[in-house]
Write a new protein. Structure first.
Length: 86
């Protein structure tokens, strides 16, 4: 049976090598074969891909998806312009 640390390294390596998830900043922790994915990703497609990739790693029994999709918030300048228009 693989250790959780080995599984976590395998998940990180697989995420880094997959073209859909390479470059994403995803934190991975594994406890009892459960992979916890944390972080922010640009799109919901990225989130789904990260979960799918992690599920495919040997030793992962379950993926706990705690990823958040970044929302593009208006800049201070955009907020000021909007306020001035009213």
């Amino acid at each position: 049976m693989q250790k959780d640390t080995e599984i976590a390294h395998a998940v990180k390596d697989t995420l880094a090598k997959d073209e859909r998830t390479a470059g994403l900043h995803v934190s991975v922790k594994v406890v009892g074969g459960v992979a916890f994915l944390d972080g922010r990703v640009p799109k919901s497609e990225d989130k789904a891909a990260a979960v799918e990739v992690a599920k495919g790693v040997e030793g992962v029994r379950f993926v706990q998806d705690r990823l958040h999709v970044k929302t593009q918030e208006p800049s201070a300048r955009e907020l000021q312009r909007e306020t001035e228009r009213r």
